[in-house]
Design a protein around this ligand. Sequence first.
Ligand SMILES: Cc1ncc(COP(=O)(O)O)c(C=O)c1O
Length: 377
Amino acid sequence: MAPAPIPFVDLAAQRRRLSGRIEAAVQRVIESGAYIMGPQVAELEQRLAAHTGVAQVVSCANGTQAIELILRAWEIGRGDAVFVPAFTFAATAEAPAWHGATPVFCDVEPETFNLDPASLEAAIGHAATLGLKPKAVIPVDLFGVPADYRAIGAIARQHGLRVLQDAAQSYGASRDGRRAGAHADAAATSFYPAKPLGCYGDGGAMLTDDADLAARLRSLRFHGMGGGGQYDNVQLGTTGRLDTIQAAILLEKLAILDQEQAARQRVADRYGAALGNLAITPRTPEGVASAWAQYTLRLPDRDRVKAELAGHGIPTMIYYPKALADQAAFAGSPVSPTGIPVSRQLTAEVLALPIHPYLEPAAQDRVIEALRRALGA
Ligand SMILES: Cc1ncc(COP(=O)(O)O)c(C=O)c1O
């Protein structure tokens, strides 16, 4: 009989560890009746601010909306260019396009899979020749590794661009002594269940040291509310609040996040030691502690290996099977003059292995053994 499949992400193990605390927290919200903007929402925002070292945290309905609202607060729209990596999840480019701005796709670095500053620089010049106004760049901390904000920040300052950190996959990571969310003019994160800090539904947050921006974002997430309260609408806004129940769940999970990330690091170290000479394993740049949202190999023979692992009950994922610039939704969007060869090559080679804080060594050894066999080692 084949052994039981290994879960790709094991949220049930996390729930067992929290032994009833989440259920109790949810029950308290249900009994309180404060389903919208209950006290847990403000408490979560304060805890996230303390945890990241960012002055202002504004929670919202999801990570995509977090990017959208920040761009809206910056009044980015038609005629504006927003630079995004070509190798990322749809939301990064969707948000600027939704506002009528033009996403301009840049290539990524082959080792970190993050925005390549040289490709960004070339794209800025190109956007201007297309008659677009370069306004912002959205580096993505892909798979948990914060992008190279020093290099990107220098280019952004030179060209007057705002920097929006897409920290959807990197909550809890750090680079150069700063937590993810603290590297740019503003940051967006996601609490989608499978993210490093996930709730039991959709959720997100916006982080910034800019108090005026934070005030604008608080208003935008609540129908453009002004100083006169809920029925004083001073700007166009939306229903963008985080549910109290999700905030209560996140408070319980945030309390154990640092321990969980140490456990993810141990899993990543074990993979690195066992697989380092068989495949291209993830490289963490100097000064970076990854959130290890994913553990992604590069394998020339990816599809065959994936099929073999599946036969042994080992799930793997392909993030991402297509460069975003090649998706129908973004047909015709400009691409950096460097092209996006690295992004396209990665789509053919990447394979994400199971990684989560509760992956036991015995289960991880099954993944490693199956991979060694598939790779003929
Ligand atoms: C890189 C990236 N950006 C943005 C998002 C959007 O987050 P959400 O799913 O909460 O809208 C995600 C996640 O799904 C993501 O992976």
